[in-house]
Write a protein that binds this ligand. Structure first.
Ligand code: ADP
Length: 442
């Protein structure tokens, strides 16, 4: 956060270049962070004049309203955002706060659960506690908001992972793109693929890209949230989620953290969870024949060894695909994608790839984000936009030590080293026994 002198400099800079949108947006965000709410509101309004549909500016303005208890204006500001399918979860969370402020607890709960299921990092226990679960009523269950998104990314936005993309193409895309060929071999489209690998390696990104590649709708569900928050109405929500997917076919239905469900299956004390798992499997099998036609179910997990074999039966998650940490050329390609819409000097991505052994996509995104923040600060003091350089990325990368991959491979080794009789972990084995990756460093 800026200190007051920094804020003052930022105000000065904005006064000198009133049409500089990134600058005004930055100032407004900083004011909001520091709690200067009325001033933040004024700045967001000014930014909105420069860029009337900017979702970040609208969300910022709405937040300034909510924090001043101006719930009606907040909801009016959010309206255009909320109307769009796949809107930013942050907007949903703000709507939840505003609705609660207006006394609409049920509406607020719906918005809150929807936002958190799509971005678990937004979870707010205090807010959740005020949204007491609605008692079950005999009327028809409320339909949750249709949060199918149109994915704007395709496989072209996923760097590297050629083998993984190929596996998904065969499983998901070819049956839809060339149905005759599949029919000729007596194969049916559908069934699920379980993506597994270290956190941040791009499983979610890949699932979203598969939907884009297929021209299908994308629905993403955090299973841990369904378990933790929909106490008492989990089954209803799970069914509603599958129904939403069926309504939006062709559709990719993506379950993140599927291990949350699987791991708890063995916990027989939790009868409720067991029931939920059974329902999940039943929905997966398709309640009626062809119920899931055109619905492609993908699931991701960092802990595949917790997944019960019941999940892996034919027609369920019968294919497991390893999403590996990126090698040097994949890292360079990821960096190129992450930097493509930034002001750039001439970039040597290979040099950055070389010093980022053991980094996954999420780590590289962190490096780029931090380098951009630094550059923005420098641009503000210089009073003109400065392009991002190779050196900026190197400086951040060299000061970063990601550990997730190393830890993940260590855990994986414990689980799978002596448990590969069925060949389920064949793809993972070369990484476990050090034939792939860089043994020395990870
Ligand atoms: P996971 O689901 O495996 O935990 P994510 O899909 O959330 O990981 O990846 C985090 C971020 O890293 C993504 O939003 C994306 O920006 C970036 N990323 C990861 N892998 C790639 C890739 N192969 N190409 C481009 N970007 C990637």
């Amino acid at each position: 956060m800026l200190d007051d002198a920094g804020l003052h400099a930022l105000r000065e800079a904005a006064r000198l270049s009133p049409d500089n949108l990134p600058l005004r947006r930055h100032l407004a965000e900083q004011l909001l962070t520091k709690g200067y709410l009325a001033e933040a509101e004024a700045e967001f309004r000014a930014a909105l004049v420069l860029s009337p549909q900017d979702p970040d500016v609208i969300a910022g303005l709405a937040e300034a309203f909510v924090r001043q208890s101006a719930y009606g204006p907040a909801l009016s500001a959010l309206e255009p955002l909320l109307a769009a399918p796949g809107h930013a979860p942050r907007a949903g969370l703000l709507a939840a706060r505003a609705l609660l402020g207006e006394g609409d607890v049920a509406g607020a709960a719906r918005r809150y659960h929807d936002a958190v299921s799509r971005d678990p990092s937004l979870a707010d226990p205090d807010l959740a506690a005020r949204l007491t679960p609605q008692p079950a009523t005999p009327h028809a269950p409320e339909t949750p908001p249709d949060n199918a998104e149109r994915s704007g990314v395709t496989f072209a936005d996923v760097a590297g992972m050629e083998a993984v993309k190929e596996a998904l193409r065969v499983k998901l895309l070819l049956p839809v793109q060339q149905p005759e060929l599949f029919a000729a071999f007596g194969k049916r489209a559908g069934g699920g693929v379980l993506l597994y690998g270290p956190p941040g390696a791009g499983k979610t990104h890949l699932a979203r890209a598969a939907a884009g590649e297929l021209g299908a709708a994308f629905i993403s569900v955090g299973l841990a949230d369904i378990l933790d928050m929909y106490i008492g109405s989990s089954e209803r929500n799970l069914r509603a989620t599958f129904e939403m997917a069926r309504r939006n076919r062709p559709c990719v239905l993506f379950f993140d953290e599927v291990d949350a469900l699987a791991a708890r299956r063995s916990d027989m004390r939790q009868a409720h969870t067991r029931q939920l798992v059974n329902q999940f499997l039943a929905e997966l099998d398709g309640v009626e024949e062809n119920a899931n036609e055109g619905v492609l179910v993908l699931a991701a997990t960092n802990a595949p060894w917790y997944i019960d074999v019941a999940f892996r039966r034919p027609g369920r998650f019968d294919q497991m695909v390893f999403v590996p940490p990126p090698d040097a050329s994949a890292r360079a390609a990821i960096l190129r994608i992450l930097c493509r819409d930034k002001p750039l000097a001439e970039m040597d991505y290979d040099a950055v790839a070389k010093v980022t052994d053991g980094f996954v996509g999420a780590d590289l995104k962190g490096v780029v984000d931090r380098a951009v923040e630094t550059k923005l600060r420098q641009s503000i003091s210089a009073g003109r936009p400065l392009p991002l350089t190779t050196h900026d990325l190197l400086a951040v990368a060299q000061g970063t030590k990601p550990t997730a991959v190393k830890e993940w491979l260590g855990t994986a080794r414990n689980y799978v080293l002596h448990a590969n009789d069925s060949g389920a972990w064949d793809e993972l084995m070369p990484w476990i026994d050090g034939k792939k990756g860089s043994r020395g460093r990870w």
